[in-house]
Design a protein around this ligand. Sequence first.
Ligand SMILES: *[C@@H]1O[C@H](CO)[C@@H](O)[C@H](O)[C@H]1NC(C)=O
Ligand SMILES: *[C@@H]1O[C@H](CO)[C@@H](O)[C@H](O)[C@H]1NC(C)=O
Ligand SMILES: *[C@@H]1O[C@H](CO)[C@@H](O)[C@H](O)[C@H]1NC(C)=O
Ligand SMILES: CC(=O)N[C@H]1CO[C@H](CO)[C@@H](O)[C@@H]1O
Ligand SMILES: [Ca+2]
Length: 760
Amino acid sequence: ADCWVLFVCLTSDLCVTPLGLEGDVDLRFLLVGGELLKVKSSSWKKNRFYKLQEDCTTMWHESHRTFKRNQTCEYDSVRKGRQSEGLQKHTEAHVEDLCFSIIFKGRRRNLDLVAASVEEARQWVNGLEKILSNMKKLNRQQTSEHWIFNCMRKADKNKDNKITLKELKHFLRQINIEVDDMYAEVLFAKCDKSNSGSLEGPEIKHFYDLLIYREEIDVIYGKYATTGEQMSVKNLLNFLLNEQREVASMEDAVRLIERYELDDSAKQKNHMTKDGFLMYLQQEEGSILNPAHKEVFQDMSQPINHYFISSSHNTYLMEDQLKGHSSTEAYIKALMKSCRCVELDCWDGPHGEPIIYHGHTLTSKVLFKDVIKAIKEYAFKTSEYPVILSLENHCTLEQQKLMAQHMISILGSALLTSPLEDQMPTAFPSPQELKGRFIIKGKRLNKLDAVYSNTSPGVEEDCVSEEDEAAETNNSKTDSNGQKKSKIKLAKELSDLVIYCKSVHFSGFEHAKDNQAFYEMSSFKESKAVNLAETAVNAFIHHNMTKLSRIYPAGSRTDSSNYDPVPLWNAGCQIVALNFQTPSKEMDLNQGRFRSNGQSGYVLKPDFQRYPGTEFDPVTLTKGPWLKHKNFHVMVISAQQLPKINKDKCKSIVDPLVKVEIYGVPADTCSKETRSIENNGFNPMWNETFQFDIHVPELALVRFLVEDYDSTSQNDLIGQYCLPLTSLQNGYRQVPLLTKHGDVIPSAGLFVHLMLLDSK
Ligand SMILES: *[C@@H]1O[C@H](CO)[C@@H](O)[C@H](O)[C@H]1NC(C)=O
Ligand SMILES: *[C@@H]1O[C@H](CO)[C@@H](O)[C@H](O)[C@H]1NC(C)=O
Ligand SMILES: *[C@@H]1O[C@H](CO)[C@@H](O)[C@H](O)[C@H]1NC(C)=O
Ligand SMILES: CC(=O)N[C@H]1CO[C@H](CO)[C@@H](O)[C@@H]1O
Ligand SMILES: [Ca+2]
C-alpha cells in the first residue's frame, strides 16, 4: 500500500485514487448526485434523489416511505436507453436518449430511470461505466486496499482524517474482526508513535501494514528467499517446482518477476520481494484454477452429445414457480452465466401474440418476441458456442406460425433452419461447427430424412402427442380414465425449424436403440432419470453416447428448488436443466462443472462415457480406464477479509469454519470441515489438513464452503467456490469466494495448500 494513496483517501472525500479517476467530471457529477425519474409502472413514476456513495460501488437514494431507511445498494452494470423490459413497456420511444437502467447483483430488480436531459443521462451512464471498467482492471491487492480504505473512511466518524482509539475499535468491527479492548489498545499504542492520541498520515500506513501482515506468507517466503533475504530467480523456480509442482523453467520465473514485482531495484536484480510474492499468489498464476482451463482447451469438434451442456429450467422465472415474476431479464442472466440451453413455455396471448409463462399458475407473462429479441442480443456475449431453445408449445396453429416467423425474422441467419450436411447425417455436428447458431428443440411432424427427399410434400399440420412437462403438472389432463395423453396440433412452419433436437417420448432403452434416430431426444423428469441412473446406468450411458437426454425438475418443486445433478452427469446426461434463478448447492455445482473450458457452457465428457462398449458404471466401479486412483491432500490455511453476513445485528462478527466437499461417483463423495474460529472474519487461520481418496477424478468436483458457525441454528453461508478436481493446481493457492448467487466477493479469499497425487 502506498502511503500517498492512503493519505489521499482519507483527506479527500473522494476515495477514487485507486480507480485512477481523480478529477473525472462525470464521476464528480455522480458523487454530487441529482434527481431522476424512477419508473416502476405506467402509473408509478416518481422523482427521487440519487447519488453515488464515496466508495464508488454503491448507489444511495432517499426513501420516501416512513420507517424505511435511506437505501444503498451495490450495482452490477448499467444499460443505456430503453433496453429494459420496464422502460420498453412504461415509457414512450421519444425519451430513448433520457433513459437508462441500473442492474444489480443477485435477485434485486433493475432500477429504471429517466434523466431530465440527454446530457445528464449521458453523464450517469458514462460515469458508471467508467467506474465499472476501472474496477475490473484492479488486481486483487488493489481491490483489497480499496475495501480497507473505505472501511477506514467510514470509521473516521468526525472526518478529521485522524483515527482515535474509539474509531479504531469501530473500524475493526467494520472489517469483521472483534478484539478485546486490551489488544486494541496495544495495537493503537504501537502505531501512535507521536503519542497524540490519534493516528494520522504515516501512522495509519503503519497500522495498515500491521493489519494486513500474513504470518503464513512470511514462513513460506522465508523458506525460499535465501538470497540476501529475497527470492532470486533460482529461488522462485525452486518454489514453483517443489511446492507448486509446476512444469516451470527459469524463463517462467523471470516472467513472474517482471509481471508482479513492484520494487524497481529488486526487479533490476531479477529478485522477488515478499510483496511481489504475495501479489503473484493473488493473481491468475497463483489461483487454484489452472489458467489453461480458463480458456477453451478441450476438443470442440466432437458431436454435441459428447458434452455436458449447461442448461436452465423454466428460464423465464425470476423466482418461484407459482407466483414468481417472469422476465426477459431472467434469460439475460442465464445466458450471461454461459447457460447454453434455455426453456420457453409458450401459450396463446392476447392480440394474437404468443406469450411465455408457466401455465395454470399466477406467474406474470412476457411476450415471446421480446424473449427472442433478448436471447438474440445476449446469447453469444460470454460464449460463442450454440444455444438450444427448448420449446414447450401450448399454442394454437395461428400463434405457432407467428412463433416461427418471429424466430426467423429476429434470429436471422443465426437460426439453424436446415441440417449442415449435404446428406442425411447419422450423428450430431460439433459445437465448433455450430458456433453462433441457435438450435430449436421441440416437436416435429416427420423424420428429418424428409428434408433430403423432395418426393413427399409433407403434412401441413397434424397432431403430436404432448407428454411434455406441463402435461405432467396437470394431472386431470394425463390421468383421466387412463386414457391416452392429450394431443396438440403442430404447425408445419414451427415443425420445420426443429432439426437436431426433436422431442420424442421415451419408451425404454431397448426401444430407443432400435427406433430412435440420433436427433430424436427425450426429456426425463428427475425422479425417472434418477431411477434409470440407479437401475440401468450403463444402458443410460450407452443411450447417451449417440443421443441427447434432457432432465428437468419435478413439478412439485414449486419453490424452484433444485435436484442433485451429479448422478445424472455420472450417467452421461448432457442437458441437466436446473432452476438457475435459485441460489443452491446444486447451482454451485453447476457453476463448478462449467467453470473450466473457458466457461463456454460445454464440457467434454470423459472418454469412458463416450467410447462404444464402455462398461463404466459409476456405482459398481468395476476395473477399467476410469479408475485413476488418487490421494488428494488439502490443507486449509487461512482466509482473508470475509464479509459480514448479518450487517444489522449487533453481534455480527463471524465465527468462520471451512468445509471441503467432494462430489462425483458415490465412492468419492465426501465432506470434511475445520473447527470454527471465534470472532474473526478478517484473518482467521486454521492450518488443518484433510485427505481424500478419489477413484474417478474426471467426474469429481471440489467445493469449498466458508460458513459462519451458529450453535443454535444452521450455519450461514459466507462464501463458496466449486471447480472440477482435474482443473485445480497443486501447491499454495488462493481460492476466490463467491456469494450464494455466484458473484465474486472482491476482497475475500481462502488460502490453501493442495496436493493431488497418484496413489500407490
Ligand atoms: C435520509 O436522508 C435524508 C437526506 O439526507 C436525511 O435528512 C434523513 O434523515 C435520512 N433518513 C434516515 C432514516 O437515515
Ligand atoms: C499455521 O502455520 C503457519 C506456517 O507454518 C504458522 O506460522 C502459524 O503460526 C500457524 N497458525 C496456527 C493458528 O496454527
Ligand atoms: C388442470 O387443467 C384444468 C383444465 O385446463 C384446470 O381447470 C385445472 O385447474 C388444472 N389443474 C391444476 C392443478 O392446475
Ligand atoms: C441404447 C442405445 O442407444 N445404445 C447405443 C449407445 O451407443 C453405442 C455406441 O455408439 C451403441 O452401440 C448403442 O447401440
Ligand atoms: Ca477521526
